[in-house]
Design a protein around this ligand. Sequence first.
Ligand SMILES: [Mg+2]
Length: 221
Amino acid sequence: MADAPQSSPLVIPSLERLGLRRDRPLVIVDVDEVLGLFMAGFGAFVAERGYELRFERFALFQNLYRPGEAEHLDIAEGRKLFDDYFRTECGVMEPAPGAVEALNRLKPRAEILILSNAPADAERLRGEWLKRHGLPHSLVLSSGPKGPITAGLVAQTSGRTAFIDDLLPNLDSVANHAPQTATFQHVADLRLRPLAPRSARHPRIDDWAELGAAIEAAISG
Ligand SMILES: [Mg+2]
């Protein structure tokens, strides 16, 4: 979850400047609902402010309510809560079960880049969150469909590449712009899993131990 609208012109970060080698496999991993339990964290944040996050559809702003009401909050109000969350509290959420262990197992075999569609304000808290949980912390914040930036990143490596996200628009975008990259869908939140659309284009693996093994197979050989 936590997709943000396209706003700024595309800048392709340099792997070298991110501290990543260009001669090893590259694994690009999303944060919200992949490495971290975003809906749980954001749900707690809005509850403290007197709102409810319901799990009625695979969407964010249409699931925000005032308690007892049948109509969801204005999208603009939801957007403000979302921005406030990223600015002040996105460093608090829990990692997705098994994610830390799975990435630690991949580390000897691949360069790992965290690619998150989060507001620029979130950079410090998000970076600290990754470090606190022992996750790889080469972090790029982006916006909009992730295919173009992923294509620019994978063009810099001679190794095999993989991409993991919860959102089909990002996965489809990567499959279209960087077809040599293996794509995997992962949805961390148990309540979202039955609501999340899936696609035959991208293996859906919600268990991180299994997902880690599938990524390893995709980048080997
Ligand atoms: Mg996500």
